[in-house]
Design a protein around this ligand. Sequence first.
Ligand code: KG4
Ligand code: ZN
Length: 342
Amino acid sequence: MKFPPAYILAIESSCDDTAVAVLENDKILANVVATQHVHENWGGVVPELASRAHLQNIVPTVELALQQAKISKHQLNAIAYTKGPGLLGSLLVGGTFAKAYALALDLPLIEVHHMQAHILAHFINDGQPMPQFPFLCLTVSGGHTQIVKVTSHLTLEILGETNDDAAGEAFDKVAKILGLPYPGGPMVDKLAQTGDSAKFTFPEPKAGLYDFSFSGLKTSFLYLVNREMNKNPCFIEENKADLCASIQQAIVTILVKKLLLAAENEGIKHLALAGGVSANSLLRSSFEKLKSKGFNVFIPPFQYCTDNAAMIGILGYFKWKEKQFSSYENPSLARFPMDELN
Ligand code: KG4
Ligand code: ZN
């Protein structure tokens, strides 16, 4: 029996990007991101400015996504949205819009966990090979760093995570120390391309078996910069690329080492990357190299690395198939531990 296609509208508003996607089953018809530039002058995301920008962006972004998908809102079958984790004000804008739109169109509502959605981006049907279950996913974003064992589209187990700063946060904080604009990760990545990654070394932080700790790394970076700037006020300017390459090497080495340890102990050969930091060129090339050790590696295309609504839509699709709909009364959650999902 052939089922009619499901058209899902997906809304992501957990941080500083207002993103809307339209899916036909597991295929993307439109994937629109309205990036908020208002934060660039502030060295980080200002929550109140983010909420206000989401309010301004949400309606035109939904209209643009529907236009690009070439479907009418009356053809939609469900609305998926990010329930959390994230900035509460931002989540509330996307969540309230999703609820109102679903109510007005009499459609089922599907709530989605942002980090689970980052992982599910690997199942967007765009001709790329997909990981087989069980696989390990290194989820690295501005707020999270986790090693996740994924056993089905909708079940997972967290094997390890950061005790303090996330990997993206570490990139952003060292960038700030160097006077680079927010978000610093892409800038550190770019400058690192011409730097010497062996010029500066940093002590490896101590953490549990599969856990991470990046705040100590940031502090030793800060101490190094302060110490050297006292001797030579041009130190940052003269060593920017080497500093970026060295700290990037330290962060990526820790990430890959812990993931490999978990893979070997769990006997898992399929490894995936997810989250904004998976756009990092050294992390991507280090992952590619794992192929020579017999691993199957899955690296998301750039448009699905940083925040987007296509990933919200694909998780929405798998929940739609299982009829996992949610109530209009469910709250948005700034803190939403992933181990509460199973
Ligand atoms: O997943 P994401 O877009 O948002 C969150 O859910 O947090 O991740 C954003 C994070 C930021 O910390 C940003 O600096 C980092 O991803 N990032 C990068 C790169 N591109 C984005 N970090 C290192 N290298 C990159 N190329
Ligand atoms: Zn994210």
